[in-house]
Design a protein around this ligand. Sequence first.
Ligand SMILES: [Zn+2]
Length: 416
Amino acid sequence: MPALLNPRRTVAELKELRALTGDENGAQRIAFTPMWTQTRAWLRQKLAALPVKIHTDAAGNLWTTLRGESDKSLLIGGHMDSVPNGGWLDGCLNVLAGVEILRRINSQYCSKPPVTIRLVDWADEEGARFGKSLFGSSACSGNLNMNEARGLVDKQGMRLPDALKNVGIDFERVKASGQELKNAAAYLELHIEQGPVLLDLDLPLGAVLGTFGVERHAITFHGQAAHSGSTPMNRRKDAFLAAAKMSPEIYQIAEPSGNGVCTIGSCTTKPGIVTSVVEECRITLDQRHLDAAKLAQMLHEAKAASEKFAREGNVLVSWERLWQIAPRPFNDELIALCEESIRETCGKSHRLPSGPLHDAAEVASAGVPTVMMFVQSLHGISHNKIEDTKEEHLELCVSAFDKLAEKTMHWLHSAR
Ligand SMILES: [Zn+2]
């Protein structure tokens, strides 16, 4: 009997999709554009041979349902949309692995698996056009801020609600998509890592612990402008000096936190001319950690450091929060099943947090037990046409992810 799962077919379909929706600059499947609609038509064709129901929900997410003996549902998710000039694997690898798993389960269980299996292609995960990522999944989880989203405008001046109307979505109703999660009992997502951790460890696959919480702040130091020639060094109130001292400090803060990361991503000075001591210096700080207490500790230490450097330099400092999101830890039992699946497939597993947010974080926040699996990224780079993964690793990840789906199905079936 031939094997029911054919990971090679997934790799071939990824290449087919790349040829169909990419150009010399990379993938061009930007959400809510004609190319995106074409991508979904192609996906529907791939699913046509299966006894599944396919529908689009109120937020434009595409659901493929293989009914099982129970309504209790195992969800497998990904996103067919890409950033402009994107990579060939980000998002669609997850969906196409899910298609292959649907085929395998359908054959093995003669179209009646013990639980219902649902594949979801989330709408506009990337947020490339309107600057707001996780659109479809955050509408579904209920986290989408309607007032903020209503005002989003793309570079051509088109409002998000109008762009949605063009593809048949009523913006005011998008949260009705939440009903799709009614019977959701577990959510699985495979993804290319988008970082270099597995590459550096020389491991093909990893189990993801959750997505980082984020604290994003603007820190402004207020000093005094003064002539660069006539003001002695000991008489200056140099806002830049205090800000600059933060730079090595954030490495000191991140180091003992374990997996935490801190970034000063921008720095602007006023008056910003060569002949003046800096009066005002604004830097931005982005801090991330999987553990809420450790994230709070990193923020506390950064505030204390800024106050110390301000005092030393005889300047003032003020903080403004730009954005914040709580860590979204994944389900412990599913993390264990994920590691088990990886070990059975390629011997060794590794647990790692996810720096980027994913649709899985939204599903987890809605209370659905969730886990993600990462496959090694060759250059540790995503959102770029050079994004790549070895073909043997792509085949391994489909096999391991399929094992995880099978284990999760039994985990759900045996629970209460
Ligand atoms: Zn993605």
